[in-house]
Design a protein around this ligand. Structure first.
Ligand SMILES: [Zn+2]
Length: 266
């Protein structure tokens, strides 16, 4: 029994007609619940429709940092309507992406500022609705996006809990998240031989501080690496992390499931 705490079922990589078998394969592989995250206003309704159709599927709604340019400035009223739905269990995926270059006509400075403005507004909405938040940070090198996201999180940490998803390590970076009461989550990157910081962080992270996720359709674990990922593959990541931690798969699943249920209130 594991929960895929972060996937994107409304991806063009998952044809609509495949959703029932995709969810069935997840269940057949011990993934009992799934959280599918929207990335812009245009896919919130579809995510909610899937969550309404399946008792085991929940959703989060937000504007992804890579989608802030295409979004209207006044996105909050529409997002609020989606977020009030009972199957919407958090605000996400929002955050800061300093990895991808600024789109044409935008300076990096302006692009990143818009992402920070959006992140701040997402926190305000989360606080208003009493929901937690799912944050993406990514840098070419260094930790500028994490540093900036933590500065914003610090202002809201007494009201909203954040998960910094797809955590890459090292664990020292997570201590700053934990200090604010936040969580991290691990993808299949923890199973990649080249990702030492990530697998070491997955081995050492305290019980109760982290969740498991696929981030599918991205980041397939070995032996599917480079191909389309899907929620059923979470089992492979869980087996790998349990091994790294010297835990049984049951122990790992038990505590990560508890952490995830508490975070999303499911
Ligand atoms: Zn994601």
């Amino acid at each position: 029994m594991i929960i895929d705490s972060h996937c994107h079922l409304v991806s063009s990589k998952f044809p609509e007609e495949e959703i029932p078998s995709l969810i069935k394969r997840a269940h057949d592989n011990g993934v009992t619940q799934l959280v599918t995250l929207a990335t812009h206003l245009g896919d919130c309704a579809q995510n909610l429709t899937i969550a309404e159709a399946y008792e085991t599927v929940f959703t989060c709604v937000a504007i992804h940092p890579c989608d802030v340019i295409d979004s209207t400035d006044a996105f909050i009223p529409a997002l609020r309507d989606f977020a009030k739905h009972e199957k919407c269990v958090a605000i996400g995926e929002t955050g800061l992406d300093y990895f991808h270059p600024a789109p044409e006509g935008w300076t990096e400075q302006k692009y990143h500022q818009r992402q920070r403005d959006f992140l701040e507004q997402h926190f305000a909405l989360a606080a208003e609705l009493g929901k937690n938040i799912v944050i993406h940070t990514r840098d070419k090198k260094g930790t500028a996006s994490l540093d900036d996201a933590l500065l914003i999180y610090a202002k809201w940490a007494d009201r909203v809990q954040a998960v910094f998803h797809c955590f890459l390590g090292p664990l020292e970076n997570a201590t700053r998240i934990f200090d604010l009461g936040g969580l991290i989550s691990f993808t299949a990157i923890s199973t990649f031989k080249s990702a030492n910081d990530c697998s070491k962080a997955a081995a050492d992270a305290p019980i109760g501080s982290f969740m498991l996720e696929t981030d599918s359709p991205y980041l397939a674990p070995a032996p599917h690496r480079g191909k389309r990922c899907e929620p059923a593959y979470l089992k492979k990541t869980a087996e790998h992390i349990a091994h790294l931690r010297n835990e049984t798969i049951e122990e790992l699943c038990n505590h990560t499931t508890q952490t995830t249920r508490k975070f999303y209130n499911i």
